[in-house]
Design a protein around this ligand. Sequence first.
Ligand code: PLP
Length: 380
Amino acid sequence: MSHHVIDVRSDTVSLPTAEMRQAMFVADVGDDVYGEDVTVNALEEKAAKLLGKEAGLFVPSGTMGNLLACMVHCHRRGSEAIVGDLSHVYLYEQGGAAQLAGIQLATLPNKTDGTFCLEALRRKVRLEDDHEPITSLVIVENTHNICGGKVISLEWLDKLAALINGDKQMRPYGQRIALHMDGARIFNAAVALQVPVARIARDFDSVNFCLSKGLSAPVGSVLVGSKTFIRQARRLRKALGGGMRQAGIIAAAGIVALDTIVPILHKDHERTRRIAEAIHNAKSPNVTVDLATVQTNILLIRLPNPQYSASKFAERCATVKPEELAAGLCKELGIVLKVSARDWEFARIVLYHQISDADVELAIKKFNYVIREIDGQLAG
Ligand SMILES: *Cc1c(COP(=O)(O)O)cnc(C)c1O
């Protein structure tokens, strides 16, 4: 029995488009470690220009881009980087900064909007004291994944920059604390705010963004910053095993992603909102969403009833029961809806351009069906 599968566990499962595959097929390539891959060079220049920085570096993953930023900004031994306690760098990169680069990560509690308290940040910065590490870097995630795709406000970013640039305490041992943005989904933030992506990146010394999330390219991220910063990052990329030779084959897809997917990212946001509204309108006490927090392509679905966990919900959405087939949600096919169970209380869906309007309608039917079933079970 074949089913209609809608996979919204993450935007990382997005697939390269036909146009990307065509560009990959015909890409001019060379040895990128020698700087001779014209397609990689074109992607790096394009990315740097878009983000308003001097230079770019194509890296295999966002994890490597963030790690390189940590390594360059925290080059002094005994450095500390300050990150949000719900950040990807802190939660999901294996503590690579500590594991591989000897950098201590210090956390500030993330607020639900993805920011942290700037006064707490000011206090967290270390003294110039032989007992203490050197605060060298602050990292901001935008959009904020675990906080539900939250867009960090420009006002807050401006306040952060003013604090870092304005205060003498922010220059330990004569070097200003650097600002790095984990902008895995920075284009989603730019679309939501309707500002150029360079405005968001303006006060950051470096930014990493992913081509392989909602932008749907098969592989890679781009790290951007000053020429000096990128020169150092390029050198260290080799040490991490990220020198990729004829990488133009994959960079070609990244260029197409910037040209063709960025202009339609807003559709993912609209579709995410449609699903959120449908779940909201189901008025279930057991499966809820907070409409006010839906800003981009990520939706957190809350399972507040301890008798029905998020992982149980995810399992149910991916299952087709015979009575569902009889109900004919999708003609004679069952709908397998893959969502991720983030923790006990939250399931998460993330949209990307292959999830069409038709998929959204079917996902809504499936959610409604499952929600009615759960409400019936828990009421009985
Ligand atoms: C996916 C992601 C990364 C890392 O990207 P990979 O390419 O999977 O290593 C970093 N930060 C955030 C917020 C992400 O969502």
